[in-house]
Design a protein around this ligand. Sequence first.
Ligand code: NAD
Length: 256
Amino acid sequence: MTGLQFEGKTVLVTGGGSGIGRAACQRLGQEGANVAVADLDKKRAEETVSLIESVGGEAIAIAADVSSEADTVAMFDAAKQAFGGIDHAFLNAGMLQPYVPFEEVSLEIFDRVLAVNLRSVFLGLQQARTRLRPEGACVVTASAAALLGFSEAAAYATSKHGVLGLVRSAARAFADRGLRVNAICPGNVLTPMNGVPQDNAITDVLDDPDYRGGLSAQHIAEVALFLLSRRSAGINGHAQVVDAGYAAAFPPFDAE
Ligand code: NAD
């Protein structure tokens, strides 16, 4: 396989206004994709579009709340209308919860986190399965918190465990339509979600992060692009951990 990996392909990216989603949009733009950048924050999505256009790519910004069925349908409609069809979807938008002990998680927080992180993926997968063109793929951003419990973020960890259940369960339905669906499980990524200012830098050569250390958004984006691309044609219904070894061995957290 030579040339640009996503030449002539259209990719819808949710949460494309920041962090992992923005890095994926930038890399997809470099690889020749038409990128539909969806985000709750339209202004941030428009900034991502400008970054893509500044390197000669094509993109549109879409305002959408991924927990809304109507917004989810409308965002797929908008991408199709702009580019004539959709090949791939990166369902990446998500939210963190305030860190509190398990017994202090309010029902309001629980319901909102489950809606934004899990209901959204159900809605997005239902749309992607029927609307992606054959040979397309869907990637969903789960988390290392899909593999380990999280005492200070029970709603978040629960939502991400659920994401893996959806991805594994949807694999057959996707395969029946000539499509694939996989998850990615990032560890600690240095993005605005973790209080780190947005960094739009994209590099040709990634650094090796420290063992169990922080990763850049691009570390995650590169694996998302691989799972969206034909290079991963043999992978369906699985989760790829990208965590610099964080969840690989005991102890799961550094001894204090
Ligand atoms: P981020 O906060 O930098 O970006 C998240 C983006 O999602 C923002 O632009 C935000 O506006 C958007 N968003 C939030 N709620 C939305 C909604 N309801 N509808 C549409 N868009 C919405 O965060 P990030 O670190 O890039 O996180 C991206 C994904 O990666 C999330 O699913 C997150 O749970 C997951 N993740 C992040 C980390 C990490 O350490 N940063 C680790 C594991 C998993």
